[in-house]
Write a protein that binds this ligand. Structure first.
Ligand SMILES: *[C@@H]1O[C@H](CO)[C@@H](O)[C@H](O)[C@H]1NC(C)=O
Ligand SMILES: *[C@@H]1O[C@H](CO)[C@@H](O)[C@H](O)[C@H]1NC(C)=O
Ligand SMILES: *[C@@H]1O[C@H](CO)[C@@H](O)[C@H](O)[C@H]1NC(C)=O
Length: 535
């Protein structure tokens, strides 16, 4: 074959591969070709399993998992008549011995919220129809045993919550904030006397297309909450129900549902007195009401030191416009921005121009050199898709269903594939830099020192802990990375083994109680994490 023919074939191949760019950092792989459901809400458990969850009012589809007990579908007005639904829309994916097991859930989980409790149980709240006030629990287990959803009958939310955000608090309670027509917060376990507390900020932040749903909530190390809705944000003292501070408006228009970009609090470090919040992307204001699927999304990010006396937003542009991107805190403290579209808004049939290129945001670099464009994926992940950090440092991508029901014959079909993206730190060149954790205590206590035995390091590595957030609608509820103080390393018996002296976070305001992935990071390359319970 002539060289020109080879080049032509190569070009055709690259086109067929949907313009993969192996010259750019990062690699993709398909983990599951047909997960049977499009995960709208995704959570990683301490047993290295992944809970996948969609709406449960999708009947009738030939997807989901057939189960033995049928129930009547909730009163979905889009359904001409209630029908028995014999499918379940939740499953458990085992990362270690890859397989999927159906879980059973009956009440509607559409646009619900969640958070892990200190004992590792997943608290899952709200949804639509018969799930509006529902409280559910999932207690993860070893994959050799059986565990399933429990939908509580003896206790329910005080106010129905659809599109709310949960955040675990320093004392292990969970605050549940907002939702459609819910200008209030409530706690789990509920306050004595059981009442909701009004939170007028959410009403102030609403506009004629809402833009105050799924608020971005970050627990700051000063113990107060940073709550962001539309283009407004406040410092909220949830103990006394007072707004302590109003931050300046973020330029560029709304950033929350149905115009959502995404948001993270950067890794907490040093003496933990400072916290920086970043908000990136979003829809053009008005695109949702006008159902304008070609209105270009925003490319701007705002960054603010939420704990500063007189904080201001510092603005910077991403290399791509993006709505419905997911911001994932990596074990290194860098941020992966992935998924989403370049035009339109959230909602069914509302977006176009998928943004297949992930970008990496390096927060410690100066403005102008923080973004790196990464190797693009092939699967559009638009509305109702998720991204979660895995204990091995990869990022799991699931879902995408911009249609009212499952639909495989349209431009952006319901997506049943599950993929993993490996950031550059997992590239073959870094194989010999990758440290391995040999030993880690199962429990670590606030403010106390503890040891990690590690191999594969030469100097002092970093030890960073990451929570397992509840990912939905391009925001990961309760996402948190905390860099620990590591003082010395000395030889630990075997050749190449080192014992690291680490200090646990000082208190729950820095890292609420619960299970964390503990990563040893050496020269920018994370180990596989081991889980530890912080208490
Ligand atoms: C946690 O703190 C909140 C707010 O200060 C309080 O209302 C709640 O009762 C506390 N929860 C526990 C379990 O002590
Ligand atoms: C959609 O928005 C873009 C950008 O604002 C505008 O140019 C275009 O005319 C709009 N399309 C429709 C159908 O309104
Ligand atoms: C899929 O979407 C197309 C276009 O909107 C529609 O005509 C078709 O009926 C849908 N199919 C299903 C199974 O809902």
């Amino acid at each position: 074959m002539k060289p020109s023919a080879i080049i032509l074939l190569l070009l055709i191949w690259m086109q067929a591969m949907n313009e993969s760019r192996p010259d750019l950092p990062g690699t993709w792989e398909v983990l599951v070709h047909n997960a049977r459901i499009a995960s709208m809400h995704t959570v990683v458990t301490r047993f290295n399993t992944v809970v996948l969850l969609d709406r449960t009012d999708l009947s009738p589809t030939e997807h989901g998992y057939k189960r033995y007990h049928c129930h009547m579908d909730p009163q979905n007005p889009q359904d001409p008549e209630p029908r028995p639904d014999c499918f379940t829309y939740s499953s458990l994916y085992d990362l270690t011995n890859p397989y999927l097991r159906a879980l059973t859930i009956s009440t509607d989980t559409w646009c619900s919220s969640g958070q892990f409790l200190p004992d590792g149980t997943l608290l899952h709240t709200g949804g639509d129809y018969n799930g509006f006030k529902k409280i559910r629990m999932f207690t993860p287990c070893e994959t050799t045993s059986f565990c399933d959803w429990e939908e509580l009958d003896d206790v329910e939310l005080i106010q129905g919550r659809w599109y709310s955000t949960n955040q675990i608090l320093p004392n292990g309670s969970v605050i549940i904030i907002g939702g459609k027509d819910a200008v209030s917060v409530e706690l789990f376990p509920p306050r004595t006397g059981g009442s909701v507390v009004n939170f007028p900020f959410l009403a102030d932040a609403a506009d004629d297309q809402m833009d105050n749903l799924y608020p971005y909530v970050h627990l700051l190390p000063n113990g107060h909450l940073f709550v962001f809705a539309n283009d407004k944000s406040v410092l909220y003292d949830y103990t006394n129900n007072v707004v302590l501070k109003q931050y300046p408006q973020l330029q560029g228009g709304p950033r929350n549902y149905p115009s959502a970009g995404s948001s993270v609090m950067l890794a907490l470090t040093g003496d933990y007195s400072s916290a920086i919040v970043v908000v990136c992307g979003g829809a053009q204001y008005g695109a949702y009401n006008a159902m304008n699927i070609t209105a270009p999304a925003k490319s701007s990010c705002g960054r603010i030191e939420a704990t500063a006396k007189n904080p201001v937003w510092e603005m910077e542009d991403m290399p791509f416009r993006r709505i419905m991107g997911d911001m994932v805190m990596l074990p290194t403290g860098d941020v992966l921005i992935i998924n989403g579209a370049q035009a339109g808004s959230q909602g069914f049939e509302m977006a176009s121009k998928p943004c297949l290129y992930p970008v990496l945001y390096k927060p410690d670099e100066p403005v102008g050199s923080r973004f790196t464009i990464l190797n693009p994926g092939k699967v559009p992940r638009l509305y109702h898709s998720t991204a979660n950090l895995l204990p091995d440092g990869r990022v799991l991508l699931a879902g995408s269903n911009p249609h009212s029901y499952y639909n495989f014959t349209v431009e952006f079909p319901t997506e049943l594939k599950i993929e993993a993206f490996s950031p550059e730190y997992l590239s073959p060149e870094n194989k010999f830099t990758r440290p391995t954790i040999i030993e880690l205590p199962e429990k670590i206590r606030y403010g106390e020192g503890f040891y990690i035995v590690v191999t594969g390091v030469m100097g002092l590595p970093k030890v960073n802990i990451a929570s397992a957030p509840f990912a939905t609608h391009s925001f990961s509820q309760g996402q948190r990375v905390v860099k620990l103080d590591v003082s010395i390393a000395w030889l630990a018996g075997k050749l190449g083994w080192y014992r690291l002296a680490c200090k646990a976070p000082p208190e729950g305001r820095v890292a609420p109680p619960g299970y964390y992935m503990v990563f040893v990071v050496y020269r920018g390359v994370p180990s596989v994490a081991k889980w530890a319970q912080l208490l």
